[in-house]
Structure formats: C-alpha cells, structure tokens
Design a protein around this ligand. Structure first.
Ligand code: PMT
Length: 397
C-alpha cells in the first residue's frame, strides 16, 4: 500500500517530534518516498539532518531558502503528494490550518494539497480540551481532515491525560486506510474472524488451539486498505487492534457464533479464518478440578458449526486447516458448509499454518477451480483471497 507512494510528513513543534523520526523511518522502510517538512519550532527539537538521513531525501524547512528544491515552485510537494500527514501537530498548527494561513511550509503545503490530509495532534490535555482547539478540530473535520489521536497517557508536563501523539502503528494504519479509500472494496462491508476460541473445563483451564489470529488480522488489514468497512471477530489473543477496524472480542465458539450472526447482518462477505473449537466440555466444573492421582475424563460435546449455519446472501469464505488429504477434505467442506470458496491450509507444511507470518494455501471455489499459491506472507495470501472476494461480491450485485 505504501510502496512507491509520495508521503509528505509535516513535523511541528512538540517534544513528540522525536517519534516522527521513527515514523519517517518506518514509512521509508515500507517503500514510501517521504518528503519531510519541519517548522522552525520542530527544528528546535530534532534536526533536519535526522530526517534526511532516515528518508535519504531533501528535507524542507525554509520557504524562502533560494537553494531549496522548492524555490522554483512553492506548491510542488503539495501537488506530488499521495497523502500528507502532520505528526506531531501542535495546537498552533491546527489553528493555522483552520484559518487557512500559509505562513510556514507545513501549513502552506497542507493548504495547497488535494491529497488526503491526516493530522496527529500532540499537546497538553488542557490545550487539547480548550474550546478554541475543539472548535478548530471540528471545523477541520467537517472539511475532510482526518484526525488520528491524540492518545491517552503520560504527557510531557508529567500529568496523565489525553494529548499524546498516537503510536506509529496507528499512524501507518491511518495512512494506509486513507490511501486505499477508493479501492476495489470501497463501500463493501466485510466480516473477518480470527484466532482460536477457548472452551472452559473449569474456571482456570480451557480447551484451545494454536491459532494466533495473524491470518485473520492480515485479511482484516488488507480489506481495510482496499476501502472496506471491516468487522473483526476474534478469539482471545494479544494482537493489537489495527487502526480503522471494528473489533469484537469473544471467548467461546458459542460467543463467536452470536457475534458473527450479528456482524454479518447486511454484510457483503464473511471470511472465516478463525479456528473455533469444535468441542466443548459437556459439564464444565464450577471450581478448579483438584489433582487426585486418578485419571480424569472430560466429556466433550460438539459445538455449533458457525459458518455452516449462516444464511444471508453474502459471500462465504472458509478455511480448511488440514493435516492429511488436504485438497480432498477441503473440497468436501465447500459443499458441507455451503461455501463460495475455501482456503485449503496444510498446517503441517513448513512455514505454514499457525502463528508464523507466512502461509501456504490453495484456493478452491464452488465451481471446483483450484489456484495453488506459493509460500507467501499472510498479508499477500490475504490479498489473493480478497481479489476473489471482490470479484464474487461484484458478480452477486
Ligand atoms: O491464526 P494463525 O496463527 O495465523 O493461523 C491461521 C490458521 C491456521 C488458523 C488459518 O489459516 C486456518 O486454517 N483457519 C481455519 C481453522 C479451522 O477451524 O479449520 P476447520 O477445517 O476446522 O474449519 C473449517 C471452516 O469452518 C473454517 O473456516 C472455520 O473457521 C469454520 N468453523 C470451524 C468450526 C466451527 N465450529 N465453526 C466454524 O465455522
């Protein structure tokens, strides 16, 4: 999403400027061409050389520098930008943007660009809560400016409150969403499930599986980057919620079934990458089961098959996590579960299946067409699945 994109990074006066250096580095590593512009105040916190070294591109500070590449055309960066992000954005910069002032290069470029403009405020909570700032933010939002954060936490003043610069993963997610807003899934609503469910045996133990949620999270992020509105229903896990995605946390398979039933109402597609537990304890103990030295038998009873039970006119994509006869079993699940497509996943293959960042899958559709994919990152696998989903949704409409 960021590869080859021209991103203008405006940096304004705040102690959070040092975090903008890491943002410039992450954007550059993701393949973006980053044009950093520092205000005079920002250059007191961090040096232009820091950004030049990280982006390997000229850094802009002075509108009137005759040696600047901007000397010939003062709105060149604004025209070339695919997106502009101001991070950190001070209260003064927000006020400047509200009133359309162009008295420094950050404000000038923001005023002149037609690209999506993202603003990540960082200031003391009193300044953020001030009526003047609130009114400025509301006015800019109404004009289509995308505000990201601020986050809550410890502030430079030593107090706790709202005013911290949003973290860089959030800012990158917001940029990716803004860049992909007109993608092939724009206007579509996609529900994705991720992770394993946990079925209690007693109050401290459960039946679970090795799903980390990475495959489902990758699908959710790629769908967001292609313009979809995404709901992610996930089992317990430590993965951070990606920016711009609605997350619903569940524990058991029954809870996942309820959440997916609600989320899929009126959706365009469901992609079930989750590994819901197929069985639960028939009679979970009310207290922790004591060790006695004797064998313990836990009676299991089948859980509801979530995807098989869903009807509703949307595209249904399932995964098949298999350890043997992968394609035969996957084919059988298409019919058994009423799917439009299945992603056959040999979870015994090296670097595939649970927990890692890569996967090895074969896509099989209802008509029997088979597409074997090479070993790819989970985000690349997600894009192959979404290519098909986008086509299937269009064909239905
Ligand atoms: O999360 P990661 O660590 O990244 O790992 C990814 C993964 C291996 C979990 C993922 O790629 C995967 O294969 N997910 C499907 C796991 C699974 O439950 O497979 P299954 O063959 O048992 O189920 C077939 C389909 O029915 C799946 O889409 C599953 O979500 C769904 N199902 C299963 C059980 C159940 N009770 N209800 C369901 O809807």
């Amino acid at each position: 999403m960021l590869r080859g994109k021209r991103i203008v990074l405006g940096v304004t006066g705040s102690i959070a400027c040092y975090k903008a250096a890491d943002l410039a580095s992450k954007l550059t590593q993701a393949g973006a061409d980053v044009d950093a512009i520092l205000t005079e105040s920002a250059a007191k916190f961090v040096t232009p050389l820091t950004f030049r070294s990280l982006t390997l591109r000229p850094v802009f500070t002075d509108m009137f520098d005759p040696n600047s590449p901007m000397a010939e055309e003062h709105v060149a960066l604004a025209r070339a930008a695919d997106a502009m992000i101001i991070a950190p954005a001070s209260a003064t910069t927000i006020a400047r943007l509200t009133h359309g002032m162009a008295d420094n290069m950050v404000a000038l470029t923001a005023l002149a660009t037609k690209a999506p403009l993202l603003v990540a405020p960082a200031m003391d909570s009193q300044m953020w809560g001030n009526d003047a700032t609130r009114a400025n933010v509301a006015s800019l939002r109404a004009r289509g400016v995308i505000f990201v954060g601020p986050a809550e936490g410890r502030l430079a003043s030593g107090t706790m409150g709202l005013g911290r610069l949003a973290d860089n993963d959030t800012l990158l997610g917001a940029l990716r969403q803004a860049l992909g807003a007109g993608g092939d899934l724009a206007g579509r609503r996609i529900v994705v499930s991720a992770g394993g469910t946990q079925e209690p045996i007693d109050p401290v133990r459960y039946i679970g599986n090795r799903s980390s949620g990475k495959m489902g999270f990758a699908i959710a992020e790629q769908a967001r980057d292609r313009g979809a509105k995404v709901t992610l229903v996930c089992g317990p896990g430590a993965l951070a919620t990606p920016y711009g995605i609605e997350r619903v946390d569940v524990g058991t398979t029954a809870e996942m079934a309820d959440a997916i039933g609600r989320a899929t109402e009126g959706c365009d597609a469901l992609i079930m990458a989750a590994a819901p537990a197929d069985f639960r304890a028939a009679n979970p103990a009310g207290q922790k089961i004591k060790r006695t030295g004797a064998d313990l038998n836990v009676e299991l009873t089948p859980n509801v098959d979530i995807i098989a039970g869903l009807r509703g006119g949307f595209v249904k994509v399932g995964f098949a996590a298999e350890t043997e006869s992968v394609l035969v079993n996957a084919h059988a699940k298409i019919a058994k579960k009423g799917l439009d497509m299945i992603v056959a996943n040999d979870v015994t293959a090296p670097q595939a299946g649970f927990s890692g960042d890569t996967n090895l899958v074969t896509l099989i559709d209802r008509a029997g067409e088979v597409e074997e994919l090479p070993l790819l990152t989970k985000h690349e696998v997600a894009d192959h699945i979404l290519d098909r989903v986008a086509r299937m949704i269009s064909a239905r409409r």
